[in-house]
Design a protein around this ligand. Sequence first.
Ligand code: KIV
Ligand code: ZN
Length: 539
Amino acid sequence: MLAAGPSPEARRFFHAPNGNITMARITIFDTTLRDGEQSPGSSMTAPEKLRLAHELASLGVDVLEAGFAASSPEDAESVRSISKEVQGPVITALARSVRSDIERAAEALEPAPRARIHVFIATSDIHLSQKLGISREECVAQAAEAVEIALGYTEDVEFSAEDAMRTELDFLTEVVRVAVEAGATTINIPDTVGYTLPREIEHTFRSLGERVPGLAGCVLSTHCHDDLGLAVANSLAAIEGGARQVECTINGIGERAGNASLEELVMALHVRGDGLGHETGIQTQRLYRTSRLLSYLTGIEPQPNKAIVGRNAFAHEAGIHQHGVLSDRRTYEIMTPELVGAPGTELILGKHSGRHGLEARYDSLGYKLSADQLKRVTRDFKALADRKKTVLDEDLISILHHGVMEDVPEVYRLTKLNVTCGGDISNASVEIKDEDESMIGEGAGDGPIAAAFAAIESVLGYRVVLERFIIRAATPGRDALGKVSIQALIDGRTFAGRGAHTDVVRASVDAYLHAVNKAAAVRTLDDTHLGADSDFRGI
Ligand code: KIV
Ligand code: ZN
C-alpha cells in the first residue's frame, strides 16, 4: 500500500457556521512534467525533470504530476526518482484505466511519502466510438474497475473523464457518480480539446455538484487546455462552479496550444482575491525563477507579452505610461514585479516614450540633464526612434554628446582567429590590432565562441557581460550566412554588437568587437566631454 495524502484542506467546500460556502484553499496540481512535457520540443531528460520537480516543490505546488509511468521505462524511472527525492507535494502518476498501467504507476510511486494514482478514461461519444471502440456501459465499468484497482495501492485516487467537456452532461454525471461510489477522492473534469466557454464549464461543475451528492466528500478538479485561449478563464469559471483543484503548467506549456498557465491562475487568484475569494499555497516570489528554469531546460521562451513571466510583462514604453509609473507605479501596475520575483520595472525607450521616461533613463545612466539639454535630446531622440525600434543606452549617450552613433571607428580590429573545438574544452587564439600595436590573446571555454570571447578578453581591458546573444541563419542551406547580434554590458552601459559571416564563430567575434569598439568610442567621448562639461559628471 502506498502512503496516501490528500490534504484535508483540499476538500471541496468550506462551510461557514450559517451554512454558506466561504473562502477556500485552491489545490494547485502541477502537470508541467506530464501534460506540459507532451508539448512539442519540451521534452526533458530524467535529471532535468528531477531538477524542475525540486523547483516546483519549493514553489509550493500541492500535487506534482511526475509522469505517465506506463508510457516508457524512462518516464517510469523519472517518476520513481522524483518520488524518492522530492519532499513536500503529493506525487502523482497518470495511468489509463487498465490494470497494467495502474501497476506501473504504483511501482514508480512506491518511494513517495504521499502518493496519488491518477486514472483516466475518455467519456465523450467521439472518443468512445472513434478512439476506444467501446460502449458507454463498458466505459462506466472500466472507470469503476480502474478506481478500485488503484485503491488497492493508495487511498488517494484521482479519476479523470477525458474530453469531459464534450461529453453529454447526463452521461458525465453517471460516470462521475460511479467513480465517486468506487472511492475516487478527486474527480477531474478536463476540457481536453480547449473547446468550452466559461459559462458552460461553470454550469457543468455546478450541475455535477448538485446531481452527485457524494461529490461533497471529494475534491472537484478542473483541467483546461488553451486551444481558444480560454484555459485560464475557464479554470476560474470552474472554480466559480465548485472546483477546488486546478491542473496547470508553468508557462502554460502543453499539448497543442498548451494548458492553463499556473502563474496566470495563481496571480489572478492572488491579485483578485477580493473578487474571487480563494487562496493558494504558492510562493508567488518564486514564479519567475521557476519559469526561467523551465525555459532554460527546454530552450522554449514564453512570448515576450506573456502575462506574469514574459519579457515585457512589466515593461512600459508609452510616454504617458512612463510618466505615470515614475510618479506612482500603481498607475499602470496591478502587481509589482517583486511579487512574482521578476526583475524590476523596465522603461523601454521607443517612439512612444516621452520626456519623463527619457529623463529617468539618463538619470539612471548617471546624467543629470538641464531643462535645455532635456529639450534638445528629446527632439533628437524622437527623430531617432522613428527610424529605430528600440533605442539603446549607447544611442542616448551618443545623442547627448553629438548626434547618433550609427557607426564607430574600428579601434580594435581582428587580424587572426584560430579555434580548436570538438572536445570537452575549446581553445582559441586571436590577434587584435589597435592603432599602436598588435596583441595576441588566448582563451578557453565551453565551446568555440566562449573560447574566442575569452581570448579577446585576455588582451583588452574591458569587462563584458553578455545580456543577449542571438545567432540566426540569414538564408537557408549549408552555406548560410550566420547573423549574430548581441547586447553587452560594458562600463555599466548596454551596447549592441552585430556580425555576419558564414563562419558563426567569426560572426560572433565581429559582434563582440563591434560592441567593444562602441564602448571604446564612449570612453573617448567621456574623456573629452566630461572633463569640460560639469553637467555630465557623475557617471
Ligand atoms: O487533457 C486531458 O484530458 C488530460 C487527461 C489525461 C487528464 O490530460
Ligand atoms: Zn491535458
